[in-house]
Ligand binder design. Structure first.
Ligand code: F6P
Length: 459
C-alpha cells in the first residue's frame, strides 16, 4: 500500500495522469496529461489513481519511489504488459470493437493467443489486487476501458464491499462481430465487466450493443446497470488555452505554410490510428482536387497525424501509408506556391489548437469511434466558424448530426462531395451551425461527466 490514508474514490486505467521520461543524465522528467478523468478527479478528496508504468521512465520512477500524490503506478513485468496491452487490448479487443479486421488483417486465436490471454489476465489481476489493497471500506472504484475488462469481477471477489463501475471509451462491437472471439474469452470479458455494479458507455448505441452481447453470450446482464455518459468538451479550458501566446505563434507559422490569400483549410487532428480513416480522408481530398479543379491552389488539407502504438507493425505500416499518400498528392498537384497537404506528425497540443482556430472545415471521418473529442473541440475554439464533416460512425455524431455534414466513412466520393459542400457553405450558415455545435458539444463537461458517474454509483 502506498497511501497512509485509504482512498474513497479510485480510478484505474492503463495510462495514468503522469508519465516520466528518463534523461541521459539519469534525471526524471514528469509530464502531466489532461482529459476528463484528470479534471473529474480534481473535484474529489481521498482519491487514488492506479495505472500501469508504461516505459523505462515510469519504471525507474517506481523503483526510486518518485511519484505524484494520489497516483500509484504498477510496475508490471514488461513482457506481461506488452502481451496484455499490445497483443490483446490493442490488437484483438480494439480491432473487434472498431470492426477493423479485414483481409489480410485477420484475427488468429491459436496457442500464442492463449498464452497472451494469460498475460491479459495477470495484468488485470495486478490492478485488481492493488485496488483491493488501497480502497477504503465501501469505496467507489471506477475502472476504465477494454484494457481492464476483467478487473471488476476480480475485484468483486476480493472486496465485495466496494462499489464498482466500468467505463468503456471505445465503441462496443455488434453481436455478430463480437462472436468472432472464442466463446470462453467472450464470456470471460463480459462476466468480468458484469462484476461491476454499473457499466458505462459514451453513447446509447454502444450501450445497446454491449447489452445485446451480454444477452447473446450470458443470457442477460446479471443485475448490472448499464448507463450512458456522453463526455463533452471542456469549454472553459479550451477557450483559455487556445488564446495563449504559444498557440498564436503556431497560428502564424501555419498561416505561412498554408500561404496564398483567402485560401481555405480542411483540418484534421488525430492519432495515427487505423480507425481514424486518415488515408480515405486523403483520397477524398484528392478526389475533390481531381473532380473539381477550381479548388486547386484555393484549399490546403492541414493534417496532423500523431504517432500512436508504434510497437505494433500494423500501426507503423499505417503511419508510413499516411505519409506516402500525402506525398503522392503533393507531387501530383503541388505547385511552387501551393502545398496541397500540410502533414505534421509530431504531437503538439498548441499547434492542434492553432489549427482548430484556423479551420474552415474540420474532417472527422472515423470508421468507428467511441466519441471523438476533436469533433466537439473544434466548434468551441473556432475563430470564424468551422463546418464539421462528420462520420456517422463516431459517437459524437449522436449529438452533433443536425449541424454537421454527415459522411459514410467508407464512401470516398461521398466524402469528397461533403468537403465541397462544406467549403462552399455561406458564412452566415456556417457561423450559426458552429454556435449550435459548440453548445451541443459542451453539454456535459468533463467534471460533470465524472461526477455524474460517481453519483450513479451512490457516492
Ligand atoms: O479510446 C480509448 C483510449 O484508451 C482513449 O482513452 C485514449 O485516448 C486512446 O485510446 C489512446 O490509447 P493509448 O493509451 O493506447 O495511446
Amino acid at each position: 500500500m502506498v497511501s497512509e490514508q485509504v482512498a474513497q474514490v479510485l480510478v484505474a486505467s492503463n495510462r495514468g495522469p503522469v508519465t516520466y521520461t528518463l534523461g541521459e543524465d539519469g534525471s526524471l522528467d514528469a509530464r502531466r496529461g489532461g482529459g476528463g478523468l484528470v479534471s473529474g478527479l480534481s473535484a474529489v478528496d481521498d482519491k487514488l489513481w492506479v495505472c500501469a508504468a508504461l516505459g523505462d521512465g515510469d519504471r525507474e520512477a517506481v523503483r526510486r519511489g518518485v511519484g505524484e500524490p494520489g497516483v500509484r503506478m504498477l510496475d508490471i513485468d514488461p513482457d506481461v504488459h506488452a502481451a496484455a496491452y499490445n497483443d490483446i487490448a490493442n490488437s484483438v479487443l480494439w480491432f473487434v470493437h472498431h470492426m477493423l479486421y479485414q483481409t489480410p488483417l485477420e484475427p488468429v486465436f491459436d496457442a500464442e493467443f492463449r498464452s497472451r490471454w494469460e498475460s491479459y489476465r495477470a495484468y488485470n489481476r495486478a490492478f485488481a489486487e492493488a485496488l483491493a489493497e488501497e480502497a477504503g471500506e465501501g469505496a467507489a472504484v471506477l475502472v476504465q476501458d477494454y484494457h481492464l475488462a476483467l478487473v471488476p469481477g476480480m475485484l468483486r471477489s476480493l472486496r465485495p464491499d466496494l462499489r464498482i463501475a466500468h467505463f468503456s471509451h471505445t465503441p462496443w462491437a455488434p453481436v455478430d462481430y463480437f462472436r468472432m472471439l472464442p466463446d470462453a474469452v467472450a464470456g470471460e470479458l463480459l462476466s468480468g465487466m458484469l462484476g461491476a455494479d454499473r457499466v458505462g458507455f459514451l453513447t446509447r448505441r454502444w450501450a445497446d450493443a454491449f447489452e445485446a452481447c451480454a444477452v447473446d453470450r450470458l443470457g442477460g446482464l446479471n443485475g448490472t446497470q448499464v448507463s450512458v455518459h456522453a463526455l463533452g468538451a471542456d469549454a472553459d479550458f479550451l477557450r483559455a488555452r487556445s488564446r495563449e501566446a504559444d498557440v498564436e505563434e503556431r497560428m502564424a507559422a501555419l498561416r505561412e505554410q498554408i500561404g496564398g490569400t483567402g485560401r481555405k483549410t480542411v483540418v484534421r487532428v488525430d492519432r495515427t490510428e487505423l480507425s481514424k480513416n486518415i488515408v480515405r480522408g486523403m483520397h477524398a481530398y484528392r478526389e475533390l482536387l481531381d473532380t473539381r479543379p477550381e479548388w486547386r491552389e484555393r484549399v490546403v488539407h492541414v493534417a496532423f497525424a500523431y504517432p500512436s502504438r508504434q510497437d505494433l507493425a500494423v500501426y507503423r505500416a499505417y503511419t508510413a501509408e499516411v505519409q506516402r499518400v500525402a506525398d503522392a498528392i503533393n507531387s501530383a498537384y503541388g505547385t511552387p506556391g501551393w502545398t496541397p497537404v500540410v502533414l505534421h506528425v509530431k504531437d503538439d497540443f498548441a499547434r492542434s489548437l492553432a489549427a482548430y482556430r484556423l479551420a474552415d472545415v474540420a474532417l472527422v471521418n472515423p470508421i468507428r469511434d467511441g466519441m471523438n473529442l476533436v469533433a466537439k473541440e473544434v466548434p468551441v475554439v473556432s475563430d470564424d466558424g468551422c463546418v464539421l464533416v462528420l462520420s456517422r460512425e463516431a459517437g459524437a455524431w449522436e449529438e452533433l448530426s443536425e449541424d454537421a455534414i454527415t459522411v459514410n466513412p467508407y464512401d470516398v466520393s461521398g466524402t469528397a462531395d461533403a468537403l465541397h459542400e462544406a467549403l462552399t457553405m455561406p458564412d452566415g450558415e456556417r457561423a450559426e451551425r458552429t454556435k449550435r455545435l459548440a453548445a451541443a458539444a459542451t453539454a456535459l463537461p468533463p467534471k460533470q461527466w465524472f461526477l455524474e458517474q460517481l453519483e450513479a454509483l451512490g457516492g
